[in-house]
Design a binder for this molecule. Structure first.
Ligand SMILES: Cc1cc2nc3c(=O)[nH]c(=O)nc-3n(C[C@H](O)[C@H](O)[C@H](O)COP(=O)(O)OP(=O)(O)OC[C@H]3O[C@@H](n4cnc5c(N)ncnc54)[C@H](O)[C@@H]3O)c2cc1C
Length: 446
């Protein structure tokens, strides 16, 4: 609760976002270890294309890549730099399925339609691996992700989760007993877990940069430092930046938590949230091997969860917590280091080299919001914290719908988009209250 931001902070978020976006990447470990990337132009003329995409995170880049592969002409407009948003700052964990799982979706869509979601739940992770292989993206890809249970209730939920995923053909899961998980992660906190062998982890910014290079290799054009200030809705639409414009048959809005008020109808049904990450100094080979011997990534099963993994150069990358309304905390180490030491007290003498914050977009249902505005503006937003795989699927859904195959896009688009009770003013305290309730339940395993 002490991390909860003020309402004023939320209201100033869009202005703050624009100021931040004029800068370079956040000062993260990822920015410090980014692969070399092309210098990209600012859009300063009026151009025409088939599809204009707003935002060069995974949603925008994955859409661009799928659409270029399908033969469309694509322009991407990015307010700051490729991967500047959550896609270049996240925990790097390839977590399959969606923030709310198939059983929850089934209650909304019914038994007839749930099969489609079951089939899609593991597709995003496969798309990432296809991209890495096809375009030779150097992003420290490692296989294996663990969901770690802190109590018997969570362990029981993981068993149900495994059965649910297996129903849709995902048989690469393995339950880990208390002694099994000790051989995977060197902490006494967990009573067991679930290993997803098709999970894994990546250097997220290098994945985004590699995907951007792939977009350009197929003839796509990416403009950086070109914030979109207006979209003139019409057929065609005109996407206006500070110094130019793109006239396009279709527009894809992929600004997620950093979109500000460009599309008020999208802002009204979502809430930016912050989460923080630290990276230690490189550990010795012996320390790294003893903490995470198989080099899997780990996230716990709490509502406000901790997530961690080793980087390519053997730093521990540890994240956690949520700041509703996306205020930037003054002292990230003070929030995240104690969480890290609770899991790994043996790291008390290890220095923290990097700390950063980033925003993801929460929806009330915690399910992504996908849809059309008018006849030619498409959007996908609000993966509610688990977006690395979903955003890659979203790109494929965008290309399918623009090729005239709407079934899977429409399955998502038909999910209800619920406004936060009380609208913008009350979304932050309302969500904080909800999180507090779930945190108490996690604490007591009820
Ligand atoms: C710290 C952190 C840790 C996370 N860890 C994980 C994890 O381990 N696993 C996981 O699955 N998910 C994780 N997530 C969530 C995941 O990173 C996101 O869901 C995902 O990256 C969202 O991608 P996106 O492309 O939709 O948005 P973003 O990556 O945020 O990209 C949006 C882009 O749009 C641009 N933009 C916005 N407005 C405009 C405009 N007007 N004009 C032009 N450009 C604009 C922004 O500058 C930005 O670059 C994490 C998120 C954060 C913040």
């Amino acid at each position: 609760m002490e991390q909860v931001s003020s309402i004023q902070n939320q209201q100033s978020q869009s202005q703050h976002t624009r100021q931040e976006a004029s800068q370079a990447h956040a000062p993260s470990y990822y920015a410090a270890s980014a692969n070399t990337s092309a210098l990209r132009e600012v859009l300063n003329e009026d151009i025409t294309t088939d599809i204009c995409i707003v935002g060069a995170g995974y949603t925008g880049l994955s859409s661009a890549l799928h659409l270029l592969e399908a033969g469309f002409k694509v322009v991407v407009l990015e307010a700051a730099k490729v991967g500047w948003g959550a896609s270049g700052r996240n925990g790097g964990q390839i977590v399959n399925s969606f923030s709310r799982d198939i059983d929850v979706i089934e209650k909304t869509v019914g038994k007839e339609k749930i099969g489609l979601f079951g089939e899609m739940a593991f597709e995003g992770g496969k798309i990432i691996r296809e991209r890495v292989e096809k375009y030779n993206i150097q992003c420290d890809l490692k296989d294996g992700g663990v969901f770690a249970a802190l109590n018997a209730k969570q362990m029981h939920e993981l068993e149900s989760q495994k059965a649910l995923w297996e129903k849709y053909g995902n048989t690469q899961m393995e339950m880990l007993s208390e002694s099994d998980i000790r051989s995977v992660v060197d902490t006494e906190r967990y009573v067991g877990g679930l290993l997803d062998k098709s999970g894994g982890h990546i250097h997220p910014l290098n994945l985004a940069l590699g995907e951007a290079a792939a977009v350009e290799s197929l003839g796509g054009k990416i403009y950086e430092h070109s914030p979109v200030v207006n979209i003139d809705r019409g057929e065609p639409a005109k996407v206006v930046t500070e110094q130019g414009s793109v006239t396009a048959s279709f527009v894809i809005v992929a600004g997620n938590a950093y979109l500000g008020n460009l599309m008020p109808e999208l802002r009204a049904k979502s809430m930016p949230c912050g989460t923080q990450v630290i990276a230690t100094e490189p550990l010795t080979d012996q320390q790294a091997q003893s903490l995470l011997p198989q080099d899997y990534c780990v996230e716990d099963c709490n509502y406000l969860l901790d997530y961690f993994r080793l980087s390519g150069d053997k730093r521990l990358i540890y994240g956690g917590g949520v700041v509703y309304g996306a205020r930037d905390p003054a002292d990230i180490d003070a929030i995240i280091r104690p969480k890290m030491l609770k899991t790994f007290p043996q790291l008390s003498g290890v220095n923290i080299d990097y700390r950063w914050t980033g925003n993801f977009l929460m929806t009330l249902s915690r399910l992504p919001q996908v849809g059309r505005i008018g006849s030619n503006i498409y959007y996908s937003q609000g993966c509610s914290g688990h977006g690395v795989t979903y955003t890659h699927l979203a790109g494929r859904l965008m290309s399918e719908v623009l090729k005239g195959q709407a079934e899977r896009f429409d399955a998502f688009a038909d999910l209800p988009h619920l406004p936060f009770p009380g609208g913008h003013l009350l979304s932050v305290p309302f969500s904080a209250l909800g999180a507090w309730y779930y945190t108490v339940r996690d604490k007591f395993g009820i």
